[in-house]
Structure formats: C-alpha cells, structure tokens
Design a protein around this ligand. Structure first.
Ligand SMILES: *Cc1c(COP(=O)(O)O)cnc(C)c1O
Length: 538
C-alpha cells in the first residue's frame, strides 16, 4: 500500500508553490528518477517479459483515488509499474520503428517547456514562443523552397499570412494540407460563400462535381485516409495506385485522374511521398508536380519521414521536385530527433494559410498574430522550442551527418543481408529503411525455378516463417524489427510478409546488425515452418 497524504488546502498550496532553495526533497526525487531512467535506457529493448494482459492488472482500477499521494511515493509507483514495463526505444537494437533514441539535451531543455507551460494558440499565453515558432517554420520553409530574403522578411512574422502550421505530428499536418486544398478548390464564388461556410454538399452542387479524390500510391500513409474521411470526401475517394516498384508512377496517376474526372468528378490533390513509412521510397516528385499542374489540382508532398534528407548536401537531390509542392509535411519527431509531438506543414504560398483562418471573439481576434487562427489544433505546448534548440545544437551540418550516416548504415545492412545466403533483401534502402526476409538458401534456389503457383505456395510458407521469427525475436526482448506486407515486382500479383528495419539510431553498430541477423537465423532454424520448407517433399 502506498503511504497516503491528507487532502488539505495547506498541502495543495505546497504542491503549487515554487520550491525554496533549501527544499531538497523534490531535487532528490528528480535525481532518483533520472538515475532510474538512465539505468532503464541502458538495458534491453524490453526488460521484463510480462504479457500485456498481465500488465492490464496493474491498471485495472477505474475509480479515481480518493486520497492524495506523496510525490515521492508516486514516483516509486511509476518506476515500478510504468517505467520498468515500457519499451526502450533508445536501444541500438530497437530498429523496427520511426520512434528511436533522442539526444539527451532534450531532457533538461524540456524542463523549460513544461516549466513555462506556454500555449502558442495565442500571443497572450506565449509571447516570445510565437515568433520562435514562426522562425522555425521559416527555417524549414527556406530549406524546402529556398525563397528570397525579401520573401522571408515579408512573411516570417506577418499577421496576415503564414509560412506553415506547427502541429502534433504528420497526421495533423497532412489533414491541414488537404483541408487547405479543399477550401481553396471549393472557395467562395458569386453567391456561393465557400465550403468552409456552406459545407461539402452545397459546394459540390455549386461547382457541379460528383466526387472529389486524392491520389497517392498504395504506400501512402493511412493518415491520408483519415483526412479524406474527415474532410467529407469519403475514404473510397483516396485513390491508391498499385506500385510494385514502391513509387507512384506519374503516368498511372494521370491515367487514374483522367478516368475519375471523365465521370463528372474532380481530383483535389496528388500526394507524393518523400520517404514512405514502409520502405522509405521517394515518389518522382518533379513528374508528379507536372501531373498536378496538368490537372489543375493541389500537389502535396508527405515528407514526414524523409524531409530532413534536405539537410544533406549529398542526398538532398533525392527530393528534387519537392520545391514545386503546394504544401509539405515534415515530422521533427522522426529524423530530426525531437520528442514526440512535433509536426509541421509548410505552404509554398503563405496566402494558403488563410483558407482555414478562424476567428473567435474572446481569443483569436482578427488582425492578431495568434497562431491558433490558422491551426487545426487549439491549445498546444511550445514544442517548437525543442525543434529550435535541435536546429541550433546540431546545425545543418550536424543533421547532415546524422542523415548521411543512417543512409550509409542502411546500405551496409543491405550488403550484410545480400552476403548472407539465408536472407533475401526485398527492398533496397533509398533512405535508411529497408525490408528483407529470412529465406533459407535451398528455398531461394527453389524459388528461382518455381512456377508461379509454386512460388505463391512457397511465399506463403515464408510469410509464416517471417511472422514467427519477428514475434519470437520481439518476445525475447533483446532486439526489435517490425514487419509489414508488400507487393514487390519480383513476385507479381502477390503480397509478401517482410521484416522492416529503420536505421535511425546513430549508436547502432555493424555488430548489432550482425547479431540481429544471427538471432533471426537461430530462431528461424528452430521453427517447424523452416523444417517443412527445407524438407525435399516441400
Ligand atoms: C509517420 C508518418 C506520418 C504520420 O505522422 P504522425 O506523426 O505519426 O502523425 C505520415 N506520413 C508519413 C510518410 C509518415 O512516415
């Protein structure tokens, strides 16, 4: 049982009062927590192998605790129940997701963020945080669009326009971009007051469109599907184009658009992805920009993952064409190594932010510089500060090193996989993401000779093997790769299951990668699926 405090106003005042210099209790708690955190982060991916169902027992009570707890007692409780059973995303062998290690400077700096508790929705609750956030947006805008000094001087701190919107992540950034696109397409016209005022049904009737669609490849992020749903287009109007080569063909996109528009519909936007979530591929952005121009529609680039590639002089050219996008999404909480909750959408034309401008009498007055007037979210934290800090502490050249080393490491891992006859590289890394699978050498030889029905049968077995290995590796807790299902050119008409690896953590070594492959091979060889695969009767 936790030792309980007693609810009293005196106790409450103490909780809200800035601790005095001599009061060492909180400092002690803080030190204790930091030490425990460091200890946790130096261990395996998962330290305690408890099932989720088991953990649910620790979080089973649905009544609000009646009596207050002492902070020290509660801190112990958190360490025991929460920290010990979380996932160590800092581990160099946690290479399955876009969430990875953070530079440690974010820990002390984030105390300012929480301590000051600013709300950039409005100047009155954020003051300097507002120009700071606008400057961060400006820096990313410059990185993408490289406009003139005059342009930035005119717009960086303008009350009437905005270079972008800061938000909690790529999902909200994508929704914001398509929201702007929708309101611009279905704008006020004659007696019609615009979709923002009159709604989708009135707008479609005014403009004479049956349906509106967004076009992307099958690798487009699911947030786009949420966006078309929310914006009243309907999920079926996210037209996802087959992409056996993992990128959106401009020609196929145009064909699909023409076919759709021939039926009395209109394409709202083409979305090119710069770094797909599953394989890290980059769509042909320049060609897609041309298609969007031919169609007279919005061109959005989802660079949530791959955007920071622009910091690298060596690799920035992979994103050529991004400067033609009407809007671009970037997540700072991915390859900019900022804590979760840092997404951005940038607008080529700063006037675009006005398509979603909103006023409210008590808070967002017309003519003010309140950021909340053009963001989807209302109250937010001042997370832009940590992007600002990271931009200063790393600098462009520091980010360049991070980007370059992660791409090199992915290329090295691809080489290690290619060199091992019992693995099959499925998609090469364009950025630092690659996919592969365990595929015993005998089976690889069989696959080369096999008829297409045999190939299908063998691939189904291999899918089973990949799932088993991925699950067991995750459960054993030393390392983590994720898995996904893909269509690839090599096996037409089929979807295969693959391991997915993201080499974002700069501390992951070649030895870590070799160990992960060795562990996978050991797990694989012990499965029944493996035995069935290599037996001659198979
Ligand atoms: C991660 C990601 C998103 C979604 O971003 P969140 O920050 O998770 O909301 C969108 N698009 C791509 C390509 C992504 O990688």
């Amino acid at each position: 049982m936790l030792k309980k405090a007693k609810a009293s106003l005196e106790h409450l005042y103490r909780v809200f009062t800035v601790p005095e210099q001599g009061d060492s209790k909180l400092a002690e708690i803080e030190q204790h927590l930091s030490a425990n955190l460091s200890d946790f982060l130096s261990q395996h991916v998962v330290t305690q192998a408890r099932s989720l169902e088991d953990l649910e027992q620790d979080f089973a009570d649905f009544r609000v605790p009646e009596e207050p707890e002492f902070v020290s007692a509660h801190a112990e409780h958190l360490l025991d129940k929460l920290v010990a059973n979380s996932v160590n995303t800092y581990s160099p062998t946690f290479i399955g997701h876009m969430t990875s290690a953070l530079p440690y400077f974010h820990l002390p700096l984030s105390k300012l963020l929480v301590g000051l508790n600013q709300n950039p929705v409005k100047i009155e609750t954020s003051k300097a945080f507002t120009p700071l956030e606008r400057q961060v947006l400006g820096m990313l805008h410059k990185l993408i669009y490289d406009d003139s000094d005059d342009f930035y001087q005119a717009h960086l701190h303008s009350a009437r326009r905005s270079l972008g919107a800061f938000c909690s992540g790529g999902t909200v950034a994508n929704i914001t971009a398509l929201w702007v696109a929708r309101n611009n397409l279905l704008k006020a016209d004659g007696d019609f007051k615009g979709v923002a005022k009159e709604g989708v049904a009135a707008a479609m009737s005014h403009y004479g469109y049956k349906k509106l669609a967004v076009i992307c490849s099958k690798r487009g992020h699911y947030s786009l599907s949420k966006a078309v749903d929310l914006l009243g287009l309907g999920r079926e109007q996210l037209l996802t184009i087959d992409c056996p080569g993992q990128t959106l063909s401009a020609e196929k996109a145009l064909q699909a658009a023409r076919k759709f528009e021939a039926q009395g519909n209109k394409v709202l936007a083409i979305v090119g992805v710069a770094g797909t979530t599953e394989t890290g591929h980059i769509d042909p952005l320049s060609e897609l920009a041309d298609v969007a121009q031919q169609l007279g529609c919005h061109f959005h680039v989802d660079a949530a993952w791959g955007g920071p590639t622009l910091f690298s002089h060596t690799h920035a050219k992979l994103l050529t064409g991004i400067e033609h996008a009407d809007s671009v999404t970037i997540d700072a909480h991915k390859q900019m190594y900022v804590p979760m909750g840092a997404g951005m959408v940038l607008f080529k034309n700063p006037e675009d932010s006005n398509a979603v401008r909103h006023h409210a009498n008590y808070i967002l007055r017309a003519g003010s510089k309140d950021l909340g007037a053009t963001t989807l979210e209302g109250s937010r934290n001042g997370m832009a500060m940590l992007v600002y800090s990271a931009l200063h502490i790393f600098g462009r050249s520091g980010y360049e090193l991070l980007v370059d080393q992660s791409i090199e490491k992915a290329q090295l891992f691809a080489q290690l996989i290619n060199d091992d006859p019992d693995f099959e590289l499925v998609t090469d890394p364009t950025l630092c993401i690659l996919t592969y699978r365990a595929c015993p050498r005998i089976v690889q030889a069989q696959l080369q000779q096999a008829s297409s029905t045999d190939k299908e049968r063998i691939n189904q077995r291999l899918d089973e093997l990949t799932v088993r290995v991925q699950k067991q590796q995750r459960e054993s807790g030393k390392s983590f790769v994720s898995r996904t299902r893909l269509e690839v050119a090599k096996y037409p008409g089929q979807t295969i299951t693959v391991f997915r690896v993201i080499l974002a953590n700069p501390l992951t070594t070649k030895q870590d990668l070799l160990d992960i492959l060795a562990e996978q091979k050991a797990i694989s060889e012990k499965t029944q699926t493996f035995q069935k695969l290599i037996s001659p009767a198979a």
